[in-house]
Design a binder for this molecule. Sequence first.
Ligand code: NDP
Ligand code: 2IT
Length: 455
Amino acid sequence: MVTVNNDQIAIEYIDGVYNKLQQSHSHEPEFLQAVKEIIYSLKPVFAQRPEYMKMSLLERIVEPERVVKFRVAWQDDSGKVQVNRGFRVQYSSAIGPYKGGLRFHPSVNESIVKFLGFEQIFKNSLTGQPIGGAKGGSDFDPKGKSDSEIMRFCQAFMTELHKYIGPHEDVPAGDIGVGAREIGFLFGQYNRIKAAYQPGVITGKLPRFGGSLARKEATGYGTVYFVQEMLKEINESFEGQTVVVSGSGNVSTYAIEKAQQLGATVVACSDSNGFIYDPQGINLDTVKDIKEVRAARIKEYIDVHPHATYTENCNKIWTVKCDIALPCATQNEIDEQSAQLLITNGVKAIGEGANMPSTLEAINIYFKNNVLFAPAKAANAGGVAVSALEMAQNSMRLFWSFEEVDEKLQEIMINIYNNSREAAKEFGHENNLLIGANIAGFIKVADAMIAQGVI
Ligand SMILES: NC(=O)C1=CN([C@@H]2O[C@H](COP(=O)(O)OP(=O)(O)OC[C@H]3O[C@@H](n4cnc5c(N)ncnc54)[C@H](OP(=O)(O)O)[C@@H]3O)[C@@H](O)[C@H]2O)C=CC1
Ligand SMILES: N=C(CCC(=O)O)C(=O)O
């Protein structure tokens, strides 16, 4: 008699779920990519815990609890009526209220918000905070819009979204294209509609009206803290390392800041048009002035620092030789070819500040070449972790100092690193932080789903 072992049963179970999803969601490639990366790494869990298969956990968790799609009509400065699409994917509330960012970018569609929301479930679980997974946004493009247009769009967007969110229901925050300005307009409209000041309904607020100190820095700092822990395994640190950070937005800016504080030389960063290379080290004050103050193009950096160079095509940033690469811009920005180039140029570590910045093929190249790899859902969890700390401060009507929040952030990132390493070792994939993070994040949610019945 042929005995089919547990591993075989587990892989057949995962194949069954994924093949069915592929048939019904072939038009959602980013969502399928995120699901594939996670669920196949859970094979050892299903092999060891058949009860999860019996309770159809995978079939349930890949299906969002709710997807809300809505029209957003608003008027631009010329009086023309504009129409955009709005989304909120409320993926899982097994371990807490829905929690996740809002992305305003022309590429936003249901596939994008579902990939982000699915990743968010396990990222939020890894933080140890009581927060479920969600994501939302719109295909609205903030670029080139006046403050008044952005305000009117945010008010129109929140007029619809407010029906589905709340401090105990669903708490949005920022992501690409949604910074403190947009959060302020969204928050103001919500409070106007509710006729009440409800600071816990959204995070990333300015500190002057309930935001947490260190939230702006949290994702970028947290990514560097996580990579720092990883480097300790090879008796290295950021000191003296050459670093490339893609993007020049919120995550990138503060990843650069923390890497520089730890003694690294950050030689390149980018925006969606191209990248700058400064062998003397990026002048972060100039980048902040260009991006945070003037919302201009990174190309203007070379006007201030003529020894630096600017190259059109942001993806070429990965041709720059570095010890540590921190992709902090957007999904799938490092493909197989760029990954191979990084390896050829001697990269030691990759730390994902963005969500899903490496393709599955690129990740395979990292593992084949034994490069230290800090996966996004673990490495960039600092932002949502401090969002949860903002929720805690709001509900207790307390206001912690920057140092208090930063200390909690460092502790959370070290815990995520240790829990991911321990899970990887326990389930037979020692040193594979991708598998470890997925397993550690999943088990907590899975056990909560089992305890709460078939819902
Ligand atoms: N904000 C947060 O709290 C967290 C964000 N993240 C993730 O980090 C990444 C960056 O987010 P964040 O810093 O908040 O966003 P920002 O809008 O502040 O910055 C995004 C940066 O990436 C660039 N960019 C955006 N889209 C593309 C693209 N398609 N190709 C190349 N470059 C692009 C932007 O360039 P340009 O200015 O030209 O548009 C900008 O420099 C995203 O993947 C996000 O999901 C992860 C965890 C937390
Ligand atoms: N955009 C974020 C932050 C989400 C949050 O702070 O709720 C992310 O974790 O991807």
